[in-house]
Design a protein around this ligand. Structure first.
Ligand code: DAH
Length: 342
């Protein structure tokens, strides 16, 4: 076959293939088969060496013209195919952003947190500042400076998680009192919420981890009347105007005198029910006038200053607030329980 015929047949072949080729990848291969290093047209150009010298320029020109034409046809097809592929991809990947879908479930404030927020809101409204302290605490702050010396029964190893001889998981939020007194000068008015730890059983009313809210006020002329007024305001704010406090004498090493405080039962409003065991009152906190010994150990002059302190059990007031009877519900994270607070 002469070069002209071969050119003709290559051109014919290309036209046919261009009619059937479906995608850019196959087109690319077609191009290589034609114009690549080992392509048929390239081979043809090489074959020119066999022609008589006077024929070469003419033939070369013809082949090059054809080559350009074929190149254009290939380019044209390439544009067409890539445009089509792009369209197909756009259709395939189309997103309907207007399509309705399931919304993520809305969470709720945990009941313990909700009550904590209310309590803190109440005390900040009375001029208290919120301060936090460490959960892993030195013996010194958790016990010693609170007038609980080394052999005191309240330090019993059965109640306290010891990290080592000098470090404990705090058993109450009272150590924050000591830290504050040592680092500030009166007047002091703080509330200190936080987690506390005790080697307790887990049951309906006990947990090894629970929360307290500590309160501390120190100034000149602070009296038990101030303590009572403050706690009364707290009780009414949280549970209503008909709620009152009842102080019962008690003992804590860091306060003198000390009291336990009951509030009117929120369930029966004082009439007597199962929740308050018929007494009309429920115990919610411990408090007292800061022991002068504690003031002195913490660098505050007991001749000039006096103060009161209190410690509220957060879980307890949360259970009472919502009429929940088992404390474990507050920790277990059961969605059937939690959803009720949305
Ligand atoms: N820290 C005590 C406890 O964990 C509670 C308490 C009682 C705190 C009297 C006080 C207080 O600040 O004055 O049982």
């Amino acid at each position: 076959m002469g070069i002209r015929e071969e050119l003709e047949s290559i051109g014919q072949g290309l036209r046919e293939e261009l009619r059937t080729v479906q995608d850019t990848q196959s087109l690319e291969q077609l191009k290589v088969r034609l114009l690549g290093k080992k392509g048929s047209l390239t081979a043809l150009l090489r074959g020119m060496g066999q022609l008589a010298p006077e024929e070469r320029p003419k033939m070369g020109q013809i082949i090059n013209e054809r080559r350009e034409i074929m190149q254009k046809m290939l380019d044209e097809k390439m544009r067409e195919l890539s445009e089509r592929e792009k369209q197909m991809r756009l259709e395939r990947e189309a997103l309907d952003i207007t399509e309705p879908r399931d919304l993520p479930e809305v969470g709720a404030v945990h009941p313990t947190q909700a009550v904590l927020r209310e309590v803190l809101d109440c005390f900040t409204g009375l001029g208290f500042e919120v301060v936090e302290g460490p959960e892993v605490e030195l013996d010194k702050y958790n016990f010693e400076l609170l007038n609980l010396p080394k052999n005191h029964p309240a330090r019993d190893a059965q109640d306290t998680f010891y990290v080592d001889d000098n470090i404990v998981m705090r058993t109450h939020t009272s150590p924050v009192q000591a830290r504050i007194m040592l680092s500030r000068k009166p007047p002091i008015r703080v509330v200190c919420p936080g987690r506390v730890f005790r080697a307790d059983e887990i049951d309906a009313t006990h947990s090894p981890v629970f929360h307290q809210i500590e309160g501390l006020v120190i100034d000149e002329n602070v009296t038990m009347g101030d303590l009572k007024g403050t706690l009364d305001a707290f009780a009414k704010r949280l549970y209503g105007a008909d709620i009152t406090t009842r102080f019962r004498p008690s003992f804590f090493p860091f306060t003198e005198p000390s009291a336990e405080v009951d509030l009117t039962c929120f369930n029966c409003r004082g009439k007597g029910c199962r929740m308050c065991k018929g007494t009309g009152f429920i115990e919610v906190l411990g408090c007292g006038m800061v022991n002068p010994k504690v003031l002195e150990m913490c660098g505050i002059d007991p001749e000039r200053y006096s103060g009161f302190a209190f410690g509220i059990g957060l879980e307890r007031i949360t259970l009472l607030r919502y009429g929940i009877t088992d404390m474990r519900l507050l920790y277990e994270g059961d969605l059937r329980f939690l959803r009720q607070f949305r």
